[in-house]
Each structure stands twice: as C-alpha cells, then as structure tokens.
Design a protein. Structure first.
Length: 231
C-alpha cells in the first residue's frame, strides 16, 4: 500500500468507525493528524512508520468486522476461530489500547517519525519467531504492544495460553531500569502474565534457550505473574 493509499484508507476507516466504535475513531483520527502534513514521499521514506500504519489499518479492519457482527455469540465464534495469541490481542490488549489512556503514545509517535526507534533485537526476534513456529507455537507481533506495552511478542504454546514476552541483551547497561519499567507497564495494562528475558548473544545455542523458556512459561506460568530471566 502506497503512502497516499494509507492516508485515504485511514480517513475511510475513521468515517466507518465513527458509527461503530468512537474510541477506534478517536485513535485513528489522532494518527491521521499525526501524518496529515507529512508528504507521501517522506512517509514512504519512513518504512517503520508505514509498517506501523499498515498494522493499525489491519487491526482496525478486523476490529470493525468483529464489532459489526449481529450478536455476541457470533463475535465470540469469530474470536475462537483465531489463534490463541491473536485472540488475546483482539479480545484484550487491542481494545484496552483503544479505550484506555496510553501515557507513552505521544512520545513514541515522535520517536517513530524521527527515526529514533531502533530495532537492534530484530534479527533475534525473527529467529525466535521462526523457531517457535517450527514447534507449532503461534505468535503476534505488534508495534503497539512493543512501544506501549513493553511486549516484543505474544506467544502461545500447546496449552494455548498467551504470554507477553520482552527480550533484551545482557549487555544493555539499562537492563535493570528496563526490567522495572517493563513490570510497571504490564501491571498498568493489566496484562495476564509475562516474562522479561535477558539473553547473552555470545552464548552457544542461545536462540533455543530463549524459545525453551518462552514455551515452558507459556504453558505453565500462572496468571498475574511476571518473571525475569537472565540466560
């Protein structure tokens, strides 16, 4: 989708959402005003901004379909047809983001537009995702979850219970501060359960170690528990 199409699609979704879910319309309008004066060429030159907006458009489309269903039973049946991680996103975290105040929203929009949002763990996260999928786990990855909810990925294993996961390198000098902020953020959003996993990229087979910890805790960690690991 080109930059001009993204802007057009956002405006269309705002109009549709205004009669279905005013909270969604409000969020989309905030984003529309955020990019309103950004020229299409400049928007195209900011791939992370475009990817974020495409995720929002996809989620808004899905949310409007769910909200437009004639009965709660049909809506629930549609949610049940989704993977457990995706079901958790649409039944819990995404609606919370729509309805609640997001204290980080304005700040990370600025950073995203300025190109200050780094993805230094991106290669690792992609490797972890690939390995989890090989083991029949399922995953959701969203910029909103990452930037607002301190969650790199949402994972569910064979017990189909979603787990919010934050990954960081042990070499990060701010890891203690990050882990404290992570727990405070998960509590703020009333996230069911999560793990903060510090890894050592110099260790042998560290991707498999990470995946083992994630899947074990996805299957076994009780609700309202937030654990921190150093690998």
């Amino acid at each position: 989708m080109q930059a001009t199409e993204i802007k057009t699609r956002l405006k269309s979704l705002i109009e549709k959402a205004s009669t279905v879910d005013r909270n969604l319309a409000r969020r989309l309008d905030e984003l529309n005003r955020w990019i309103k004066n950004v020229k299409p060429g400049l928007l195209t030159a900011k791939p992370l901004v475009s990817l974020f907006l495409l995720q929002i458009i996809q989620d808004a489309d899905t949310w409007l379909i769910l909200q437009s269903m004639p009965s709660e039973n049909e809506q629930q049946a549609a949610l049940n047809a989704l993977s457990p991680a995706l079901r958790y996103w649409y039944s819990s975290l995404f609606p919370k983001w729509l309805h609640e105040n997001d204290p980080k929203f304005y700040l990370w929009r600025q950073k995203l537009m300025a190109g200050e949002f780094g993805q230094k763990d991106d290669t690792l996260i992609l490797s972890v995702i690939s390995e989890i999928q090989k083991r029949n786990g399922n995953i959701v990855r969203r910029y909103i979850a990452d930037l607002s909810m301190a969650t790199d990925i949402i994972v569910s294993g064979n017990q189909e219970k979603p787990l919010c996961v934050q990954l960081t390198s042990l070499s990060d000098e701010h890891s203690q501060y990050k882990s404290d902020e992570w727990e405070a953020t998960l509590r703020f959003w009333a996230i069911d359960r999560g793990i903060f996993l510090s890894y050592n990229p110099a260790a042998n087979n560290y991707v498999n170690q990470i995946v083992n910890v994630i899947l074990y805790n996805s299957n076994n960690l009780p609700n309202t528990i937030y654990l921190k690991f150093n690998l």
